[in-house]
Design a protein around this ligand. Structure first.
Ligand SMILES: Cc1cc2nc3c(=O)[nH]c(=O)nc-3n(C[C@H](O)[C@H](O)[C@H](O)COP(=O)(O)OP(=O)(O)OC[C@H]3O[C@@H](n4cnc5c(N)ncnc54)[C@H](O)[C@@H]3O)c2cc1C
Length: 406
């Protein structure tokens, strides 16, 4: 178990979630000079959240960027963490070709998708490098507790926080809490994990903090747009045809989405000649298959989640057929042989606005803060928003804790 540091006079912080928002907060408080105890609790195997990469212990060159394949910065000034991440070699400018597909199957070269406006970047060697880089910038005393789903929150006698797992075992303690994902405050946890109510809700009733009440209500009212992702690993020599495609990222316009049920296609060549292909469904297709989680995804391992292999196979086949129909000019059906298709569901891929207003992202009376792409502001619903929200919360949190930097 982890929690408070050795000096009881120095407040400690627990961040739930090691996605872009949580990692940005942790890195930024360090960049501002604060060296107090800070730990991150993450249900996934590693950091990254929706900007993570799936990797294999047995196959070091294998990597699927199964969520966001890139990110964009659209407003100035640029996030404070951007330059150190570039200098440290954790991220790099995106240099791949972009294209858009219309409803007639015609390719329009260039960036026309809202997710590819502005200055484009990607993790160097995988999107998870963005979060790994921020954790590295946070220093070795930053503690990441991976594979830990926080199921319950309790208020400790001294006004701090206890973090508990699904068996009510204590995972950690801290003076201040930051939620960098919506799961503990949003009703989607009821459908996904069979929880009777969002775990923050009983505390909202108990604490009598009007600001926290308004924050919890604003989060609970955010709509989440889902996506299903088809993941393919193509072996040489068949991979050659995929690697020769005239784009690395193909976005589907509205008519193309309606026709094929796909929203994006990401081509990710591996160093050894193999090629990863990730096809994202539309929100409509993912909504129709809300019960199909992807039996090899980390969500499938969470208590309360039941995979449905037959429906999963049907969705894999439907997305695979749509992919081949779209790529008919370049790819033959044999090019999918031996691809071992997998499915991954993003139940809350993109939040829909307006999001959590900035004045509600810190509730000092309850010692709780919020960051992530669900907070309103520039970059809402994207990596930019998650990055900026962590950076924005950091100085306010330190001031509220009365924590002197340095
Ligand atoms: C398919 C897809 C494509 C995308 N494409 C783009 C793109 O091109 N450009 C772009 O900018 N953005 C894109 N996005 C959006 C982008 O990925 C997100 O905006 C960003 O990653 C959000 O970061 P976050 O830290 O706010 O949230 P998250 O990444 O969701 O991080 C929250 C973390 O908290 C963890 N967590 C939550 N609750 C608990 C708990 N109780 N216990 C332990 N851990 C918990 C979660 O596991 C997660 O890792 C895409 C997203 C998806 C799914």
């Amino acid at each position: 178990m982890t929690g408070r540091g050795c000096d009881p006079a120095v407040p400690s912080v627990a961040v739930i979630g090691a996605g872009v928002g949580g990692c940005a907060l942790a890195a930024r408080v360090r960049q501002l000079g604060w060296r107090g105890p800070i730990g991150l609790w993450e249900s996934g195997r590693g950091p990254g959240g929706r900007a993570s990469s799936r990797r294999s212990r047995h196959d070091p060159l294998l990597r699927f960027d199964h969520g966001a394949p890139l990110f964009s910065i659209t407003t100035t000034p640029e996030p404070a963490l951007l330059a150190p991440l570039l200098e440290g070699g954790w991220i790099e400018p995106w240099s791949g070709s972009l294209a858009q597909l219309d409803g007639q199957g015609q390719l329009i070269a260039g960036a026309t998708d809202p997710l590819t406006q502005g200055a484009l970047y990607r993790g160097r060697g995988g999107m998870d490098q963005l979060c790994r880089g921020m954790l590295e910038l946070g220093g070795t005393d930053l503690q990441l507790n991976g594979g830990c789903l926080v199921r319950h929150l309790e208020r400790s006698a001294d006004g701090g926080w206890d973090l508990l797992d699904h068996q009510q075992q204590r995972l950690g303690v801290a003076d201040w809490l930051v939620l960098s994902g919506t799961l503990l405050a949003h009703p989607r946890c009821q459908a996904l994990l069979g929880w009777p109510e969002p775990p923050l809700q009983p505390l909202v009733r108990q604490l009598g903090d009007g600001q926290l009440e308004r924050a919890a209500a604003a989060i609970a009212s955010i709509d989440c747009s889902p996506r299903s992702a088809l993941l393919l690993l193509i072996q040489p020599p068949l991979a050659e045809a995929w690697r020769r495609l005239p784009f690395r990222l193909l976005s589907f316009d509205a008519a193309a989405q309606a026709r094929w049920g796909l929203s994006r296609l990401s081509i990710q060549p591996l160093e050894d000649g193999r090629c990863v292909v990730v096809a994202h469904s539309t929100a409509e297709v993912a909504t129709l298959h809300a019960d199909v989680v992807g039996s090899r995804s980390s969500v499938a391992r969470l208590p309360g989640v039941t995979p449905s292999p037959q429906r999963e196979q049907e969705l894999i086949e439907a997305l695979g057929a749509a992919l081949l129909a779209v790529l008919e000019p370049w790819i033959t059906s044999t090019a999918l042989q031996g691809a071992e298709p997998q499915l991954m569901r993003w139940g809350a891929a993109f939040p829909e606005g307006p999001g959590l207003p900035s004045p509600l992202t810190l509730c000092p009376q309850s010692r709780i803060g919020f960051c992530g792409d669900f907070t309103s502001g520039p970059g809402f619903g994207r990596i930019e928003g998650a990055l900026r929200s962590g950076e924005e919360l950091a100085p306010r949190l330190l001031a509220a804790m009365g924590a002197a930097p340095g």
